[in-house]
Design a binder for this molecule. Sequence first.
Ligand code: ASP
Length: 439
Amino acid sequence: MKKVVKFGGSSLASAEQFEKVGNIIRADESRVYVVPSAPGKRDSSDTKVTDLLYKIYGLIKADKPYIKVLEQIKLRYAQIIRGLGLKVSLSKEFEEIRKKLEKGAGEMYVISRGEYLNGKIMAAYLGYDFVDAANVIRFNDDETLDAEETYKLMRTHLDAHERAVIPGFYGSKKNGEVVTFSRGGSDITGSLVARAVKADIYENWTDVSGFMVADPRIVKGAQVIHTITYSELRELAYMGASVMHEDAIFPVSQVGIPINIRNTNDPSAEGTMIVERTSRISKYTITGIAGMKGFVSLSLEKDKMNTAIGFCRKALTAFEESGISVEHMPSGIDTMSVIVRQKDFAEKEQQVISRIEELCQPDHMEIESDLALIAVVGRGMRSTRGTAGRLFSALAHSHINIKMIDQGSSELNIIIGVASVDFDEAIKAIYSVFVDANL
Ligand code: ASP
């Protein structure tokens, strides 16, 4: 059994958090490759080390002194080292960073140092080898990931280390220049390592006990999802639910390595298992609910639209020409609606409207803004009768008007559109009928 374990910033924010992480790793021999983030916030008023590094870069660009912020970062690491009773010193590393800053280091190099330094401490604390991510994660010249080369480099380098710490978030181009992923990218590093070393499982340790059935800010005490498939996760993530970086899913899902989301502050909780497929029937008909506000629907009406060949295509052309991605397209016999993101549509609306007039000559056109879309997702819906019925009656009981319905052909999700003002109530009503009442 071989596990790759990634720890997020809040799991490594202080010496106390490092100790929890140390206990977790030592409790299981198979946790052989460790991917740390940079130290995160210790409390809500604190600043993440990565954000301090961004600040340094900003100050340098503005020709302002940055030494105070660098001292603040040094202090954060010194406190962790002291708190853990370690003998390591990072003065050599800090000296090198300072020199590079003076020579005009690039932004990605600067912001990657949080993970680099934390990796050094983590390796010393665990007694694991340190493998610099710059040597094993390869980016192309255009800063996209060269996955094949990365796997190759990882296999050669990591084979030589039975147990190693590989800092998250960054890698390098062939010429050695450091490149980072987007924010939260240590999740991707963990996923790439897991795939390269053919891990049995990729554990992603964070500060929540897994992926919740609904956003806990809306549904207080929302339950944790025990097992979710990659496709379900994708549907929910697309609708705004997030526990990890979206790009971290593909490297492991393609080869069927499960991801286990765990809580560093509650290691006995099983967390959420994300798997390719499962025979585990979910506890409820639905697996999760997620949604987003900020959509617009543009509805078109034209007599005999059903026989007007090419009508839909022409309408969609107007959106395509303006570079607007279409989210949904519910249609009736003589009507069709196009649902798009408000922020994409707002600045180009007049252009789209006049193009539709020109191409489609509709009898009537109506725009409705401030819509919210809610995805109700679950592999269990395919085999359960009456899911849609229960969903709609729950919303009716809560006096919520449904503006749009779209059931994906895979029967994995039902998407409904409601007014933004009804968003929270709608999610609560759906949660309550499927989870609280367990119907
Ligand atoms: N430290 C980086 C960030 O704050 C990357 C990560 O934590 O995954 O975004």
